[in-house]
Design a protein around this ligand. Structure first.
Ligand SMILES: [Zn+2]
Length: 123
């Protein structure tokens, strides 16, 4: 059973003016993107055109936080453990995919930019 905890919308890169770019290393670290992931990544951003009114973005997509709701998690919920504790336990057991992780994946795939994802998931 999978429970979706949270969702954010991010703007997607305009396909008419997207180009490769190298995001600042500091920003990659903030998203937990490792140097080897960065090497194989397809970082894109839109430089702005008439199709996107010079914003570099066209359309939106969702970034999701997903918790796999298995027995261990259910047990913690039943015992009314505080949610930060459940989050920590789920992360440690690899049962939680955070917004940041999902955003990092979409940055690596060139779907959205670091700047856009940062404004949506870094609160
Ligand atoms: Zn464009």
């Amino acid at each position: 059973m999978i429970v979706s905890f949270a969702q954010r919308l991010v703007r997607t890169i305009c396909p008419y003016c997207q180009e490769n770019y190298n995001p600042p290393e500091k920003a990659l670290v903030a998203f937990g993107i490792t140097p080897s992931e960065a090497k194989n990544a397809n970082f894109q951003h839109g430089k702005g055109c008439s199709q996107c009114k010079n914003t570099g973005y066209k359309g939106r997509t969702g970034v999701f936080e997903v918790l796999v709701n298995d027995e261990m998690i259910q047990d913690m919920i039943i015992k009314q453990r505080p949610s930060p504790e459940i989050t920590r336990a789920a992360l440690a057991a690899g049962k939680l995919k955070t917004l940041r992780e999902d955003a990092a994946k979409k940055i690596i795939q060139g779907i959205t930019t670091l700047e856009e994802a940062a404004s949506a998931v870094m609160v």
